[in-house]
Design a protein around this ligand. Structure first.
Ligand code: TMP
Length: 254
């Protein structure tokens, strides 16, 4: 394989220059961190599963007209994506109280919210992901009001669609984190879904038993972390054919 230029290395992914201008290769690692990097570990096979799960969910979203950065999966750990200008926000949408919302407001985890809530967090190295308001976002120029309107409309559609998709497999979508980018096409600006959608950035509970199948198993030392990710892939019908025996996949080439 030819040597490629690495552009960025994050906690769970690496971005390489793509084969054509305007494209990138997104490589999924097994590394896991939480608590803003204070807890580090490896979830064997996570990169392979997240690559598949994100491919599957972004493809389904593309089919209902949600614009995404996803082009195609290249191999077990890599996918080809469109290069976008990332908006430095994490958009969290919540259907059921859990995690930081429960902590902040003293809500029992598992309490269904009267309606879905959207929150914004500012992505910046060293700032520990502060929650910010629309006022902060437009005042500091992280996104324009029109960008935000587009992000909210897309977020609500994505949340509704994925809630139904997951429920069809017996999984409750408790909350999820999305990231968006700007894509310039023929002098037109479009807001597109970027990053990934996987058990790293969604809370997914068994709809009947409430069993957690997401990264909270790692964050909270609940054990059976790999099994949680595998179960999500299995229920979506996309567990790699080699099953759980060959989840290591190729190593990153630099
Ligand atoms: P929170 O309850 O900890 O704020 O998390 C809300 C959602 O965002 C949950 O699905 C996990 C996801 N998330 C990330 O994707 N990255 C992060 O750094 C954090 C803290 C949460």
């Amino acid at each position: 394989m030819a040597r490629r230029r690495q552009l960025y290395e994050g906690k769970a992914k690496v971005l390489f220059e793509g084969p054509e201008p305007g494209t990138l290769v997104q490589y999924f690692k097994d590394d896991a961190t939480s608590g803003n990097g204070t807890k580090k570990g490896v979830i064997t096979g996570k990169g392979v599963l997240n690559n598949r799960i994100s491919e599957y969910l972004m493809t389904r979203l593309g089919e209902i007209g949600v614009p995404t950065h996803f082009i195609r999966r290249l191999n077990m750990r890599e996918q080809l994506i469109r290069e976008v200008e990332m908006i430095p926000l994490e958009v969290v949408v919540r259907n059921v109280a859990a995690g930081s919302l429960s902590q902040r407001l003293g809500l029992q985890e598992g309490t269904r919210l009267p309606r879905s809530i959207i929150e914004y967090y500012y992505k910046s190295e060293g700032l520990n992901r502060p929650m910010v308001s629309e006022e902060h976002i437009t005042c500091f120029g992280w996104a324009a009001t029109q960008d935000l309107d587009d992000m909210v409309a897309l977020t609500l559609r994505i949340n509704d669609f994925l809630s139904g998709l997951f429920l069809g497999t017996g999984i409750a979508l408790i909350d999820l984190k999305l990231e968006f980018g700007r894509l310039y096409e023929n002098d037109e600006l479009r807001i597109v879904l970027a990053d990934e959608i996987s058990p790293d950035n969604c809370r997914l509970w068994d709809a009947r038993t409430g069993e957690k199948m997401d990264k909270d198993r790692f964050r909270r030392d609940l054990g059976k972390v790999e099994e949680g990710y595998q179960e999500v892939a299995r229920r979506l019908g996309i567990l790699p054919e080699a099953g759980v025996r060959d989840m290591k996949g190729p190593e990153v080439m630099q």
